[in-house]
Design a protein around this ligand. Structure first.
Ligand code: TZP
Ligand code: MG
Length: 211
């Protein structure tokens, strides 16, 4: 199995509002202790300078864990902070531009919500796809129409790339998501803001092991 697919198993996407009690850095530290395999810094309201500061703090926490840090939709912050890559959506920078800014060594992820965008991504210079939303979620107010587990299965089958499912997922969905053919689950609220982010992450690992 390709290395990137393994990193997608339990993918934590951070939301500063949901992490407000203990903060993003502490949340990530605990979640990684619980088994999270990749982290995305996602803060729609921050400046690039703020994202760089937070990314640097996260890189210190992740140092030596083998858990990559990606930055959502801010290539400049990804480069300036020394993060492992970036994740972009369909409405963000073009994948070609993102790849040329990041270079070949950094990870680039792309969100896809439709069969058309998944098929197009097969020939694009991206490392993995985020596919969803599987279910409706309050975490992203402007999310597209949910695709459901059946839609996830269809879109994953069209993809030649490693794929992570996102949107309204929690640890009880691990079996269904794996059966749909995805490499992992990307989650925000199932870990951010949970009383024990380490235990919350651990549930995904346990449910994956019991597959
Ligand atoms: N993209 C599609 S749905 C979503 C993003 C960033 C939010 C997922 O949040 P949650 O809390 O895991 O449903
Ligand atoms: Mg975006």
């Amino acid at each position: 199995m390709a290395l990137i697919a393994k990193k997608l198993r339990v993918y934590l996407v951070t939301d500063p509002a949901l992490c407000a009690d203990i903060g993003v850095v502490e949340t990530v530290q605990r979640a990684v202790a619980g088994g999270v395999t990749m982290v995305q810094l996602r803060d729609k309201h921050a400046t690039t300078a703020q994202r760089v500061d937070l990314a640097r703090a996260l890189i210190r926490v992740l140092n030596g864990t083998g858990v990559p840090l990606l930055i959502n939709d801010d290539l400049e912050a990804a480069i300036a902070s020394g993060a492992d890559g970036a994740h972009i959506g369909q409405g963000d920078s073009s994948v070609q531009k993102a790849r040329s800014v990041l270079g070949s060594d950094r990870i680039l992820g792309l969100s896809c919500e439709t069969a058309r965008t998944v098929s197009k991504a097969n020939s694009a210079p991206v490392d993995y796809l985020g596919i969803g939303p599987v279910f409706a979620t309050d975490t992203k107010s402007d999310h597209k129409q949910p695709i459901g587990m059946a839609g996830l299965k269809t879109l994953v089958s069209l993809s030649d790339l490693p794929a992570v499912a996102i949107g309204g997922l929690n640890a009880t969905h691990v079996g269904d998501v794996m059966s749909a053919g995805a490499d992992g689950l990307a989650v925000v609220s199932a870990i951010c803001g949970q009383p024990d982010p380490s235990a919350a992450a651990g549930k995904f690992i346990q449910n994956r092991r019991s597959q």
